[in-house]
Design a protein around this ligand. Structure first.
Ligand SMILES: [Zn+2]
Length: 106
């Protein structure tokens, strides 16, 4: 059983700072990339929809934009969380003492 090097308490908890922060940043970056993807998707959808006439073109752009935005944000968040996980595991202090607030690595 691990104990705090500062006060020798056994009341420890895992910290997931890297995952939380990197996951949010990744989600935001992915969302921004998703907007660019959405514009591309809208254009592609509109071109594909032209075959089905004006209504098909409108529906195609909406579907393309929605897919591009969703995918970008989801992928960004997952990549960010993966990076954060490895930060938590390899770089950051990953254990926090509940009693004295000391953080350290195990
Ligand atoms: Zn402590």
């Amino acid at each position: 059983m691990a104990s705090c090097p500062h006060c020798h308490s056994h009341n420890l908890k895992h910290r997931t700072l890297g995952r939380t922060v990197a996951g949010s940043v990744g989600g935001l970056a992915g969302g921004a990339a998703g907007v660019a993807g959405a514009l591309n998707g809208a254009r592609t959808g509109a071109m594909a929809g032209v075959v089905a006439g004006p209504i098909g073109s409108v529906l195609g752009s909406i579907a393309g934009a929605a897919l591009g935005g969703l995918l970008g944000s989801k992928i960004g968040c997952e990549v960010g969380s993966a990076v954060g996980d490895s930060l938590d595991a390899n770089v950051l202090d990953n254990i926090e003492c509940i009693d004295c607030g000391h953080t350290f690595r195990l």
